[in-house]
Design a protein around this ligand. Structure first.
Ligand SMILES: C[S@@+](CC[C@H](N)C(=O)[O-])C[C@H]1O[C@@H](n2cnc3c(N)ncnc32)[C@H](O)[C@@H]1O
Length: 273
C-alpha cells in the first residue's frame, strides 16, 4: 500500500493527467504502476502542501478553477483519487483499462473499483506486462494512453526486460501516447527524464513540464531541493499548451507557500526543451 499520495508530486502528475484525459479521451488507458484506486484524504503535513492546499487555492486561480483535476477532487470529498480512479472517473465506460501493480492489496482495490468496467488488473511487473500488451498490437497505438509512474526508473526485472525509461522510449517510438512521471532529489537532475527519453527516441516530439520545490514541502524535516516532472510523447500542441498553463498556474499558487532560508525557497515550473 502506497502511503505517499495527495502530495505535491501527485499534484504535478494528476493535474496534467486529468486534463489530457479530458482533452483527448483515449480508447485504452494502460498503467504500469497503478497503485490503489483511491485513498482516504486524511490530513498530513505533506498533503497540506499538496492536494489539500490545491483544493483551497485553485478555485481562486483563473487557469485552475475549471481544470479537470479540481473537478475530480471536488466530486469525491474526503477521497483522493489515484490515477486509476481519476482515469475511470474521466473516461467511464468509453475506455478499456489495463492496470498493473505488484502489491496484492493495491490490486484488490483495483479489482473492486473496476467492477462493471472493461478492465484487466494484472498483479505482476507492470513494465513487462505493458510491453507484452503493446507487442500483441491488437490496438492502434494512437488510441492508447500509457501512464508509466515507476517506483525505480532503472529497474530491470530480468536481463530480457526493459527498464521503465526504455519502455517509455520504445512506446513513444511505436506511436503510443505516453505519460511518464519522474522524480529527483538534486537540482542537477532537473528534467533528466526528458533528456533520457529523447535520446532513446530520437525524432519523436517529446514535451516535458518540470516542477522544482523545497524538499520539506514533500518530505517534512528535510532541506534542499526535490522535484518531479512529466514527459509526454505523441500528444497534440493543444494538450502540451494546456499542461504548460497548468504548470504556470501551480507555480503561481505556490508563491504563498515559500520556505525561508531554503534553496529553492518556492516551487517553480519550467518547460524542459
Ligand atoms: C506511487 S504508487 C502508484 C501511484 C499511481 N500511479 C497514482 O498516480 O496514483 C507506486 C506503485 O507501484 C507498485 N509497484 C512497484 N514496483 C512495481 C512493478 N515493477 N510493477 C508494477 N507495480 C509496481 C507499488 O506496489 C505501488 O503501488
Amino acid at each position: 500500500m502506497n502511503n505517499h499520495f495527495a502530495e505535491l508530486g501527485d499534484v504535478w502528475k494528476h493535474l496534467p493527467l486529468a486534463e489530457i484525459l479530458r482533452i483527448t479521451p483515449p480508447r485504452d488507458y494502460w498503467e504500469t504502476h497503478a497503485g490503489s484506486a483511491s485513498y482516504a484524504l486524511t490530513e498530513s503535513p505533506s498533503r497540506l502542501h499538496g492536494a489539500l492546499r490545491f483544493l483551497s487555492c485553485a478555485p481562486r486561480d483563473p487557469d485552475l478553477r475549471g481544470c479537470a483535476y479540481l473537478q475530480a477532487l471536488r466530486s469525491s470529498p474526503g477521497v483522493y483519487p489515484g490515477s486509476p480512479a481519476l482515469a475511470m472517473q474521466t473516461l467511464g465506460n468509453t475506455a478499456s483499462y489495463l492496470f498493473c501493480d505488484l502489491d496484492p492489496e493495491s490490486a484488490a482495490t483495483l479489482r473492486a473499483a473496476t467492477a462493471g468496467f472493461e478492465a484487466r488488473v494484472i498483479e505482476t511487473d507492470g513494465v513487462s506486462a505493458i510491453y507484452r500488451a503493446a507487442q500483441l498490437a491488437r490496438v492502434d497505438p494512437k488510441d492508447v494512453l500509457v501512464h508509466i509512474d515507476p517506483f525505480d526508473p532503472y529497474e530491470r526485472v530480468t536481463d530480457q526486460n526493459k527498464t521503465p525509461v526504455e519502455l517509455a522510449a520504445w512506446l513513444a517510438r511505436a506511436g503510443y501516447r505516453l505519460f511518464y512521471w519522474y522524480g529527483y532529489d538534486c537540482v542537477e537532475r532537473r528534467g533528466w527524464a526528458h533528456d533520457e527519453i529523447s535520446r532513446l527516441a530520437p525524432g519523436i516530439n517529446v514535451w516535458c513540464g518540470d516542477t522544482l520545490m523545497p524538499a520539506c514541502l514533500v518530505y517534512p524535516g528535510t532541506t534542499g531541493a526535490w522535484g518531479c516532472g512529466v514527459v509526454l510523447a505523441n500528444v497534440t500542441r493543444s494538450e502540451a499548451y494546456a499542461c504548460e498553463r497548468l504548470g504556470r498556474a501551480l507555480e503561481r499558487i505556490s508563491e504563498t507557500d515559500a520556505v525561508e532560508n531554503n534553496d529553492p525557497s518556492q516551487l517553480t515550473f519550467r518547460v524542459i526543451t
